[in-house]
Write a protein that binds this ligand. Structure first.
Ligand code: UDP
Length: 538
């Protein structure tokens, strides 16, 4: 790999001179450490100190220049997980003159994206925290193209899913440990540090119990652009959906098992009159699983990281997530949140085992596989008696682990009943017409005219033109919302109207100033922006 690095010819003496003269240059986006990504020229890394180094010279730039706030708590998050205190990035500073006394720098010619993977052994974390954020960070900066090189600084070894990370660029990603073999002082010619969090939809419960992120900014469209890219890289073609329809049961083979899997598969096949196949990460290649899931009508699986593969389901497919005894599906929703992202167009169904008879727990296993033998007797008894794991923080709650690693005999009639409440006929990818949700623009040329009748009555005639973009759209239903607010009051009277003019007479007083707010609404719930407020004096 060190050979690979030096392949691109760079003029060493020119590079060294530029570093000494110009020092490091940094310009960042983002206002807080949690939304910051920084672009550097000549950022260096000491593999001995395991620290990034910023060299000051007369031409160096540091924006934002935070002073000691850079340590409160850090310049930025190196992983996509928000404000995690093991994932902070910072650098130490030196004068460029110190280079004279330091090891000879080794220059990295590739444009680098420097980041932390969060948990590369868990497939949910791989996709949600790493692959999607890396992909869209690369989309954000045009020089992070397929020739860019990824540097993973979290310190883990490759991990079982490393092949997936390799798909994101044409160059082999490098791990922190490998940097030592390249030299004592590495200098990245051009680099980006940090990951975009714009695609993440879930928070894992480090400061409050886990749940969907408060402000989700990704839709199914962006998820599918990413999966399309991944499938192209995996050489999987988007097949025609004319071929046979089928159900995929994604099974786990090590823990959290479905104990009556054969029976489940048979029942699904019979109920939906569809071929039903089972896959697992242990028995199938990743590509094969993607190929199968990307054409499936329904994906059935125990709660667990493998369910993130529903990213690859076709529109219209159904996700059925099974939860072991005492685990409330509403409290663990990474896969539900994914399935119901706007534009994912998946149907989501949760089933929970509510029958103690059908669960097999493992109190004597090690704690990280759900064992509880290390707890005191009273606590063990409480856990065993409990019928629901109370909400908790990540990641070592023994009651949660105990319940999460139970095996389950799925009650088939109960499961089929739950699925049938949502899937009435055949499940599966419906050839849906694209019903993109486009929002109206502002209404135009809004006008009002007041008329006063006597001393106590008045009328306001308000009119406006359709939003500009409506001319080019076919919209099922166009409505207008008008708010009439008396100046100085903080309440208003709302109206929903079908036409482009209306005369208001209810509660309109003479010799009063009204503020009139108008916006267009498509198909009941696509609310457009308000036009500039109209001032109307009666
Ligand atoms: N895993 C698997 N088969 C199993 C158990 C786990 O493939 O029988 C995978 C799982 O998909 C995840 C990783 O191993 O990628 C870690 O699983 P764990 O149970 O720790 O996490 P969870 O699935 O609960 O997120």
């Amino acid at each position: 790999q060190s050979q690979e690095l030096s392949e691109a010819q760079i003029d060493y003496h020119a590079a060294l001179q530029a570093l000494v003269e110009n020092g490091t240059r940094m310009v960042c986006t983002g206002r807080m450490h949690t939304d910051r990504i920084c672009r550097f020229e000549s950022l260096c890394y000491s593999t001995e100190a395991e620290e990034f180094v910023y060299f000051h010279s007369n031409s160096s730039v540091m924006l934002p220049n935070l002073g000691s706030r850079r340590f409160q708590p850090a310049l930025l998050d190196l992983s996509s997980v928000e404000d995690h205190n093991t994932q902070y990035f910072n650098f130490v500073e030196l004068p460029a003159a110190a280079l004279k006394f330091m090891p000879k720098p080794v220059f990295v010619p590739d444009v680098a994206l420097i980041a932390n993977r969060f948990n590369p052994d868990n497939l949910m974390h791989v996709f949600h925290d790493d692959l999607l954020p890396i992909y869209y960070t690369m989309q954000q900066f045009s020089d992070l193209d397929l020739e860019a090189r990824l540097f993973f600084m979290e310190g883990w070894s490759e991990g079982v899913h490393f092949d997936l990370y390799k798909l994101l660029s044409n160059k082999q990603p490098l791990l922190r440990e490998e940097l030592k073999t390249l030299g004592r002082l590495l200098c990245f010619t051009k680099s980006y540090v940090g990951l975009s969090k714009i695609t993440t939809w879930y928070q894992y419960g480090f400061v409050q119990p886990q749940g969907p992120k408060a402000n989700i900014l990704v839709s199914g469209n962006e998820i599918r652009q990413f999966t399309k890219f991944m499938m192209q890289k995996l050489n999987i073609s988007m097949e025609e959906s004319s071929s046979e329809e089928y159900i995929v049961v994604f099974s786990r083979t090590i823990n959290r098992l479905i104990l009556n899997e054969a029976e489940l598969i048979l029942a699904l096949a019979q109920e939906f009159q569809m071929k039903t196949i089972s896959v697992s990460l242990e028995e199938h290649s990743f590509s094969d699983i993607v190929r199968l899931i990307s054409n499936a009508s329904m994906l059935v699986s125990m709660h667990g990281a493998q369910l993130v593969m529903s990213l690859f389901l076709p529109r219209g497919a159904t996700v059925v997530e099974l939860f072991p005894y005492a685990i409330n599906p509403e409290h663990y929703t990474p896969y539900k949140t994914l399935a119901i992202l706007p534009g994912m167009d998946l149907q989501y169904i949760a089933w929970q085992n509510t029958d103690r008879e059908d669960t097999v727990a493992y109190p004597d296993r090690p704690w990280d596989q759900g064992g509880i033998a290390h707890l005191d007797k009273a606590e063990q008894e409480r856990i065993i008696k409990s019928t629901e794991v109370p909400r908790h923080l990540c990641c070592r709650n023994p009651e949660w682990l105990f319940r999460a690693y139970q095996d389950t005999k799925v009650n088939i009639p109960s499961l089929i009943h739950v699925i049938r409440q949502t899937v009435k006929s055949k499940p599966g990818p419906k050839k849906q017409k694209w019903s993109g949700s486009l929002y109206p623009g502002k209404v135009r040329d809004a006008k009002c005219q007041a008329s006063v009748q006597g001393t106590s009555e008045a009328k306001l005639a308000v009119s406006w033109q359709i939003p500009w973009n409506l001319r080019y759209l076919k919209v099922r239903e166009v409505k207008y919302e008008v708010w009439i607010q008396e100046q100085g009051e903080n309440t208003y009277m709302p109206y929903i109207l079908s036409h482009q003019n209306h005369t208001f007479s209810e509660n309109i007083k003479p010799f009063t100033i009204y503020l009139v707010w108008i916006r267009c609404i498509f198909n009941k719930n696509l609310l457009g922006p308000f036009a500039d407020v109209l001032l109307c004096s009666t």
